[in-house]
Every structure is written in structure tokens, then in C-alpha cells.
Write a protein that binds this ligand. Structure first.
Ligand SMILES: NC(=O)c1ccc[n+]([C@@H]2O[C@H](COP(=O)([O-])OP(=O)(O)OC[C@H]3O[C@@H](n4cnc5c(N)ncnc54)[C@H](O)[C@@H]3O)[C@@H](O)[C@H]2O)c1
Ligand SMILES: [Zn+2]
Ligand SMILES: [Zn+2]
Length: 356
């Protein structure tokens, strides 16, 4: 088969590799119909995730069809169309027993495109298939479903639910990349009073507005003052960090009201200062998290029911063999306005969406 193989920092190739095979009775082999690229894949290529060994197939998000199931697999069978989650779950360890699948101790967690071969390929071996795939209804489009492998559950679980968004809240989302935008989208499920989007890029703020942000704030133009004015000096009920930088985390801790929540989604590469000399008296709750994907079935129901419109997050589509072009477009959002790029087995899909 063909697959995108990591070849060390800065290098990857759409290459011929052996087809995956069942290695454990709980495995399934899935034919990938649609996959996508995540910011984390760019971090791997940047050399920031050294445990990814050269030779590993990248990717941790997919929609496809089960073509083979191991003898222990009970809930999916060949012919089933499934979502392959970015998080695999052994289903048995102490963390899986509390739906904290991201922390799985039994060989799951984030393994696809990380510790084992991933989804940016024609076929993928999915361990623990019963607890790591989700059957799809016929009406759920691939491009919508693939966003539920990682992006939507991350934003919803770590941001919206982690931050405890409630009706009427002022919610500040710092960072309007795909994760921040998905947070803006899913925060609306809880009828907040207003959503303030903060970013440095005007195009990203415009996307935030399209997806439901009520107020736009440029990160370099004193968003603290704007939020102060909007809330009569109180501050935000919930501040959600969706960048992964010390300054954006700092901003969240400055704009949150006493008793409010800061939910950190961003992956931080360096230390961020926690100003406890200011925060100790404010009764704030700060949460962090790796996505667990426990919300994936709920999100799938909402997408199938038309309650959650996720398709505007997919801005570009490519055939598998143009995956290097897709990486190029995805990694230059200032020039391409890319949010998420879909990669399709069937080249005809390429025509359905705008080209860069
Ligand atoms: N916790 C998890 O499980 C998890 C999962 C996936 C991704 N993430 C992380 O979430 C973060 C966001 O992901 P993404 O894909 O949207 O990234 P992205 O890089 O596409 O978007 C980040 C956005 O932040 C903006 N930005 C940069 N500096 C800023 C600043 N100082 N103030 C305000 N905005 C600023 C950028 O303009 C951009 O629009 C990343 O750190 C990513 O690694 C976390
Ligand atoms: Zn990801
Ligand atoms: Zn487990």
C-alpha cells in the first residue's frame, strides 16, 4: 500500500510500505477513505515528538471501512463504515474504566501515527477495535466525521466541558485556529451569553465570527481592557487557552473573573509562569487535559441530527497522492486560509471543495 512515512525531522514521503496485518485478535484493519492532518503532525515533522521513530506512518484521524477483524473483535465487522479515533482504548485499565482513555495504561492512548503506524495511508491497523472505532450512520459525511477523530472532542472535552461553560457565561477563547474555532462551535451548545475570540490573525478572527463568536479581539490590542469593559470589570466566566504559549495562558489567567475557570487546551513547549501572587485570592479553577474522546458518540449524534455544523472547518480537499501539497497548504494558513484539509481515497472528491 501507499502511506505517508516519517523519515526524521523535516522529512516524509508518500511511499510504498507493506499492508498492515492483524497482529492481535482485538485488531481490525480499516481501509482509509478520508484522513486529515493535525497540528501535532507538524510538530512531529518539526522534530518536537522524538518518540516517533523514522519509518512510522503518520496520522491519527480517519474514516474508512473495516476490511478485516481479529477473532476477539465483537462490535465491528468487515463492511462496517467507522470513525477511527485519535485515542485508542484498551477498555480494561483503571483509566479506561473511568473513560479517561487518553491516559490508557493497557497499550492504548495516543498511539496511531505516534508509537505505531497511523492513518495517513491506504490501510491502517487499529488495535482494540471494539473500543477505538465508532460506527457511522449512512448520512454522516466523511469530511464531518473525520473532524470527530480528534479536533471536535479535544475542543469540547478539554475546552468547553473542562471549563464548565454554562448558559449566560462570558466565554473567552484565546487562539482561533482549528481548535479554538471548534471550541467556539461547541461552546454554543451551552448557550453562553457571549463568546469573545482572541487571535493575532485577522483571517482567523473572521473565521471565528463566521462560526459564532460575538466579539473579536486582536491579541496585540489590549484584549484585557475590552473584556473588562464587556463584563463591567468582572472578567470572563471561562477563559479557554487554545494556542499553547506562555503569553496566551497568561492572558487567560488575567481575564478570568474571581471564581471562574481557565481551561488550557494548548500544548506548551516551554514553561508558562503561573502568577499565584495574583491568583491565590481569586478562587479560580485551572484545568488541563489530553483529549479522551469519551464525547465522540455524543458529538456524532449531534452531527447526524444536524445540531452541530462542523463542515465549515474543512477548507481544502486533496486526493491521497497529493498529501505533500495538503501539508504545504495546511502549514501555511496565513497564505492559504486553511483550517482543516481533507484527504480522500476517491480523487473525485477533490472537485467538491475549493483548491488553494
Ligand atoms: N490538549 C489536547 O489534547 C490537544 C489536542 C490537539 C491540539 N492541541 C493544541 O491546541 C493548540 C491549538 O491547536 P490549533 O490546531 O488550533 O493550532 P494553530 O496553530 O492552528 O492555531 C493557533 C492560533 O493561535 C493564534 N495565536 C498565536 N499566538 C497567539 C497569541 N499570543 N494570542 C492569541 N492568539 C495567538 C494563531 O494566530 C492561530 O490562529 C495547539 O497548541 C495544539 O497543539 C491540544
Ligand atoms: Zn491531532
Ligand atoms: Zn486502557
Amino acid at each position: 500500500m501507499r502511506a505517508l512515512v516519517y523519515q526524521g525531522p523535516g522529512k516524509s514521503a508518500w511511499d510504498s510500505v507493506p499492508d498492515p496485518e492483524i497482529e492481535d485478535p482485538g485488531d481490525a484493519i480499516v481501509r482509509v477513505d478520508t484522513t486529515t492532518i493535525c497540528d501535532t503532525d507538524l510538530h512531529i515533522l518539526g522534530g518536537d515528538v522524538p518518540e516517533v521513530r523514522p519509518g512510522t506512518v503518520l496520522g491519527h484521524e480517519a474514516v474508512g471501512e473495516v476490511v478485516e477483524a481479529g477473532s476477539d473483535v465483537r462490535t465491528v465487522r468487515p463492511g462496517d463504515r467507522v470513525l477511527v479515533s485519535c485515542i485508542s482504548a484498551c477498555g480494561r485499565c483503571r483509566f479506561c474504566r473511568t473513560a479517561t482513555y487518553g491516559q490508557c495504561l493497557g497499550g492504548g492512548g495516543w498511539i496511531l501515527g505516534h508509537l505505531i503506524n497511523g492513518t495517513q495511508a491506504e490501510y491502517v491497523r487499529v488495535p482494540f477495535a471494539d473500543t477505538s472505532t465508532y460506527p457511522l450512520t449512512a448520512g454522516t459525511q466523511d469530511d464531518a466525521a473525520v473532524l470527530l477523530a480528534d479536533l471536535l472532542p479535544t475542543a469540547y472535552e478539554v475546552g468547553v466541558l473542562g471549563g464548565g461553560v454554562r448558559p449566560g457565561d462570558t466565554v473567552v477563547v484565546v487562539g482561533a485556529g482549528p481548535i479554538g474555532l471548534a471550541t467556539i462551535l461547541t461552546a454554543q451548545l451551552y448557550s453562553p451569553g457571549r463568546i469573545v475570540a482572541v487571535d493575532l490573525a485577522p483571517a482567523r478572527l473572521e473565521a471565528a465570527k463566521q462560526l459564532g463568536a460575538d466579539v473579536l479581539a486582536h491579541a496585540a490590542q489590549e484584549p484585557e481592557r475590552l473584556i473588562d469593559d464587556l463584563t463591567d470589570g468582572l472578567g470572563a466566566d471561562v477563559a479557554i487557552e487554545a494556542v499553547g504559549r506562555p503569553e496566551s495562558f497568561g492572558l487567560c489567567t488575567r481575564v478570568v473573573r474571581p471564581g471562574g475557570h481557565v481551561a488550557n487546551i494548548g500544548v506548551h513547549g516551554k514553561p508558562a509562569t503561573l502568577h499565584l501572587e495574583d491568583l491565590w485570592i481569586k478562587d479560580v479553577t485551572i484545568t488541563t487535559g489530553l483529549v479522551d474522546t469519551y464525547s465522540t458518540p455524543d458529538l456524532l449524534h449531534m452531527v447526524a441530527a444536524g445540531r452541530l455544523q462542523v463542515s465549515p472547518l474543512v477548507t481544502h480537499a486533496f486526493a491521497f497522492d497529493r498529501i505533500q501539497d495538503a501539508y504545504d497548504v495546511f502549514s501555511h494558513p496565513a497564505d492559504t486560509a486553511a483550517l482543516k484539509v481533507a484527504l480522500h481515497r476517491e480523487p473525485s472528491h477533490e472537485l467538491l471543495l475549493p483548491q488553494p
